[in-house]
Design a protein around this ligand. Structure first.
Ligand code: PMT
Length: 311
């Protein structure tokens, strides 16, 4: 099925209920950092959903846990960027990602003494928790990070455009790092039932439509002076570089980070208009780098592009 235009998409899909609050937060954040001449990185992270009902019980989703985006956000902060972390609700977030699941509770001891109960960090966990906690506290005390969350693909696009509107005035001091796994297909609004689909009506036949590629207006209209890095995810290696290069040719942005689903944690290919650079980490390197940055290793090369004045 064909795709609607991006203008049509915004005309048909209403903004999310918390949109104005988020827009205000984005504007305040960008204005404040712009005033000080700071660089801002917009990091998108996690997957988008496609609701099957307006009162959503069921939805189409994808695999992304937000590992790359949340790890990369930490690295951008460390490199002096203010970071807008635009993430899927309940996906991994910078700093807290290190202690997901039961990890945090396993690091704590409790001494139950009625009203004088105390909770302490186990001595052998202090070295693990302290550096991450310090970086978290420093980033938040400096007002260097703003979190905004989305769930559905339409919420993602509304937030993305609002963030771009605020970032545009920073010109080349804005960097967009679009690591979120954005749905390519959706169900047009007028074909989504209001209430939970009933099994008694039989198995539904669901016709998906193409989502317009937002990279097109983003690069050419919304933030034309920003350094835009998009991602390309494939499962077939032979398609990876050709598709990344085709995206660069089409959208004319600065870089595509190409990765395969199966090997994304230790191999990426950085594709720019002039170069193609594969980065493969050995098991030891993965261990060494991941201890600190997890899979944000590709930023070492974004940094080198930066030092050459590319952004
Ligand atoms: O979260 P993890 O588990 O760590 O996984 C990280 C990752 C594999 C999700 C990440 O490294 C990654 O590859 N993200 C991009 C996945 C993706 O959406 O690829 P794509 O080839 O479908 O899209 C290419 C680009 O087009 C993306 O940068 C996307 O922002 C953009 N896009 C996509 C759809 C759409 N309608 N409009 C867009 O602009």
């Amino acid at each position: 099925m064909g795709s609607s235009s991006w203008e049509e998409f915004f005309a048909v899909h209403l903004p999310p209920t918390d949109f104005e609050d988020n827009r205000t937060l984005l504007k305040e954040f960008c204005d404040r950092h712009d005033q000080y001449g700071n660089k801002i990185a917009l990091v998108t992270s996690g997957g988008t959903t496609v609701p099957l009902e307006h009162n959503t019980v069921r939805f189409v989703d994808n695999f992304s846990a937000g590992t790359r985006g949340s790890a990369s956000a930490e690295y951008f902060l460390e490199q002096g960027y203010a970071v807008i972390f635009m993430h899927r609700q309940k996906s991994l977030e910078p700093f807290t990602r290190h202690f997901s699941g039961q990890k945090l509770f396993d690091m704590l001891d409790i001494q139950e003494r009625g009203p004088n109960t105390t909770i302490t960090v186990k001595p052998d966990s202090v070295d693990v928790l302290a550096p991450v906690l310090s970086r978290y506290k420093a980033a938040h005390a400096a007002g260097a990070v703003l979190h905004v969350a989305f769930t559905s693909v339409s919420e993602y696009f509304w937030l993305l455009r609002a963030a771009c509107e605020c970032l545009a005035r920073l010109g080349p001091r804005a960097l967009l790092y679009l690591a979120a796994a954005v749905s390519d297909f959706y169900i047009p609004k007028d074909r989504v039932p209001t209430h939970k689909m009933q099994s008694g009506s039989g198995a539904p036949v669901i016709q998906l439509q193409l989502v317009p590629k937002m990279l097109a207006p983003l690069v050419s209209l919304w933030v034309p002076a920003a350094y835009v890095v998009s991602f390309k995810l494939e499962t077939d290696d032979s398609l990876l570089v050709p598709k990344a290069r085709a995206a660069l040719d089409k959208y004319k942005h600065k870089m595509v980070v190409a990765n395969l689903l199966q090997t994304r944690h230790h191999r990426v290919i950085l594709v720019s208009p002039e170069t193609t650079q594969e980065i493969v980490l050995t098991r030891e390197e993965v261990h060494a780098v991941y201890q600190k940055y997890d899979d944000s290793f590709i930023l070492f090369d974004l940094e080198s592009a930066s030092s050459k004045g590319e952004f």
